[in-house]
Design a protein around this ligand. Structure first.
Ligand code: UDP
Length: 235
């Protein structure tokens, strides 16, 4: 497998072509951003920790029948993935109130929701990833109705699997963000990453935050939070 030219550089990852037509290499960086890119920083070895966590979670999801872009972990910071076209929608899944939900609706942080909340954002940095609904998605041709159906069903199933998995390592899965991709055959599969950058993870007993909120809110012990997730996930 040969790593060829960089195709894309995002806030937390780089994507490279390979000598295989339908395979890309994702490289995880230590750069951290928050507040729509306003706050910038570095989380030491975040790339290594997120690649480890994401790889393990994709493997466990695959074992439960979820189709993902993950092929294998190549190195500390590199993951081999299937080539997809990212659907420009961020899918947010919420089990407890936190972040923007608490602000929008005045629900105290940590309130357990009676049922799971699914939300969509238009993936567009300049616009600050605004919230959208199924009608926007259809009218703006971001995805077919059948694709949105697949995405929503998959997101709920992924939530069930991840809640269970996290419960086993004494973590409450507060909320998380997913991105899906279209393969060259037009199949919708889970893509991007699942890590403390994209999930809110709280210790089930102490409610200590083990995710990017430590960086967003300058709480300190950011690396320690991510490392704790690595430690528990690797068992
Ligand atoms: N999230 C993310 N990327 C984004 C926006 C949100 O990974 O661009 C994740 C975030 O880490 C949290 C969940 O999605 O786990 C819900 O985020 P929220 O809407 O509360 O936004 P935030 O408070 O993170 O701005």
């Amino acid at each position: 497998m040969e790593k060829l030219e960089m195709l894309y550089e995002g806030k937390a990852k780089k994507v490279f072509k390979t000598d295989e037509d339908n395979q890309y290499i994702v490289e995880y960086k230590d750069d951290a951003t928050a507040l729509n890119g306003l706050k910038k920083g570095t989380i030491v070895d975040k790339g290594i920790m997120n690649n480890t966590i994401s790889s393990k979670l994709f493997e466990l999801l695959e074992q439960k029948g979820i189709k993902t872009h993950y092929i294998k972990k190549l190195s500390d910071r590199e993951m081999l993935v299937k080539k997809v076209e990212i659907v420009p929608i961020e899918v947010l899944v919420r089990n407890y109130a936190a972040g923007s939900l608490t602000k929008r609706y005045g629900i105290p942080e940590g309130t357990k929701m009676d049922s799971t909340i699914l939300e969509y954002c238009f993936k567009n940095d300049e616009l600050g990833d605004p919230f959208i609904n199924e009608y926007h998605i259809k009218a703006m041709k971001l995805a077919e109705e059948s694709e949105v159906d697949t995405i929503a069903k998959s997101a709920f199933r992924i939530n069930e699997i991840l809640i269970d998995l996290m419960k086993n390592i004494n973590i409450d899965l507060v909320d998380f963000k997913l991105e899906f991709g279209r393969t060259p055959d037009g199949e919708i599969i889970l893509a991007d990453e699942i890590s403390p950058d994209t999930c809110r993870l709280w210790d089930a007993d102490t409610h200590e935050k083990l995710d990017k909120d430590r960086f967003r809110r300058d709480m300190g012990k950011v690396e320690e939070g991510y490392m704790e997730v690595v430690r528990r996930i690797l068992g």
